[in-house]
Design a protein. Sequence first.
Length: 219
Amino acid sequence: MNDRGASAAEVFDALADRYEEAFGEVPAQREALDWLAARLPRGARVLDVGSGTGRPTAEALTAAGCAVTGIDVSAEMVSLARGRVPQARFEQADVRTYEPGGADFDAVCSFFPLLMMDQPEVAAALERMASWVRPGGYLVLATVPGDIRGLDIDFMGHRVTVSSLSTEDHLARLAAQGLEVLHHRTELFHPAGGLAEPEEHLFCYARRPVPAPPVGPAA
């Protein structure tokens, strides 16, 4: 255990399968994926930020016919994901510096990848992800909400430093990026097997509206 703040890459390289054992079945995440899959056409381009082992997000969305790209800072997680969900494409990349190549996505998923950052980085990453959503596309995210900056905690046997934003701040920043928040809720989640402490989860579904067509001159 480090005295302070192991990086996300170090932590998740070490945790690998144990993380999926604890957090692989979050009912609200499965519900969010079902909601999203029902709204996306076959072949929709989806970015999975913090893709972990590829399950459940990339696995569920490729099964629904989506073209999924997953990014994760952990080389070990990327290796596991490539083996478990070969239909998707996975890259070792950090959302803070990732460049999607100029193309927008039909959906961006973000299930808990922003917590091991400083608070300004969390805000900037949230805004970057929102900017990658095309008109008519969706951003579906989950996090542990709270006005938290630089809090040292024990997470599954690793000393990590975490930050987050309040629920209200998340919603305001999405709106400022031009997204319409369609649904949000918070609930308490108990990780499987007591491998981690219970935590509050915020789930948020948002959409970028399609601009109205210009009004032509009157006849």
